[in-house]
Design a binder for this molecule. Structure first.
Ligand SMILES: Nc1ncnc2c1ncn2[C@@H]1O[C@H](COP(=O)(O)OP(=O)(O)OP(=O)(O)O)[C@@H](O)[C@H]1O
Ligand SMILES: [Mg+2]
Length: 230
């Protein structure tokens, strides 16, 4: 079974440790939501899991194998995709080129169902991705990541700047990938409604520590909100 398990992750930049022993797991068909105020280490956690930051402590296992030292592109080949918070698209390439960049062959139907949900994106296939709005670029990044059909996708604030009706469609598509294909996701979000509509479990970070963790069904919205207000 392709489960991701991370234990006591310690990680940071230079001498500054941002994560101070964070643990969690995500099984096939499930969504782990990661919440927390600005600057608490959410992006750092995803970077570490994607292989862009070395661990100072702890370990990450994927399908029972230690991922230590495995480069990001090797992790992608093993079924772990990553949609970063910033620089989500290649601005000089067209929307279409952005979608197909990471795929060895162009199977025509790969994006058809996804683009049917986002007609405005579909209309802009020939445009430079850099001409899209911030929210549209997020949508492009989301579409590309789902199109990779990875076993596990790490998504950093996918709904930032996206229109509400498209956020609902993103939630439906994401759940569909879990429920029909058994895909797993770790989703960092500030949008609590979106997160609660897609996540099975949540992990709340505060200053590099996990301060709350559990199944969404057992956690009150107020308890989660309390960790987000400044
Ligand atoms: N490249 C870097 N070099 C040094 N410090 C960094 C770097 N990137 C992030 N940090 C610091 O690490 C801490 C955690 O940052 P991180 O981006 O993981 O937070 P976040 O929870 O994703 O925040 P946000 O909600 O704003 O996206 C912050 O104090 C930040 O300033
Ligand atoms: Mg972040």
């Amino acid at each position: 079974m392709k489960e991701l398990v991370f234990e006591n992750i310690v990680c940071g930049y230079g001498d500054t440790m941002v994560l101070r022993g964070v643990s969690g797991r995500v099984a096939p068909g499930r969504v782990l939501g990661v919440l927390g105020r600005n600057g608490v280490g959410k992006t750092t956690l995803l970077r570490a899991l994607a292989g862009f930051l070395p661990l100072a402590g702890g370990q990450v296992q994927w399908a029972g194998r230690d991922l230590r030292g495995v480069a990001p592109h090797r992790r992608l080949a093993q079924g772990i995709a990553y949609a970063p918070q910033e620089e989500v698209v290649f601005a000089e390439l067209s929307v279409q080129e952005n979608l197909w960049l990471h795929l060895p062959e162009r199977q025509g139907d790969r994006y058809a169902a996804l683009l049917a949900q986002f007609p405005r994106l579909a209309e802009r296939m020939g445009q430079r991705a850099g001409s899209l709005s911030g929210g549209e670029r997020k949508l492009l990044s989301f579409t590309r990541t789902l199109g990779l059909r990875a076993d596990l996708s790490l998504m950093d604030e996918p709904t930032e700047g996206v229109q509400p009706e498209n956020i609902e469609r993103m939630a439906a598509l994401l759940r569909q990938r879990c429920d029909e294909a058994g895909a797993a996701f770790i989703v960092v979000e500030q949008n609590l409604s979106f997160l609660m509509s897609v996540a099975d479990d949540v992990l709340v970070l505060d200053h590099g520590d996990c301060v709350l963790q559990g199944a969404v069904s057992t956690l009150a919205r107020e308890a989660l909100e309390a960790h987000l207000v400044v």
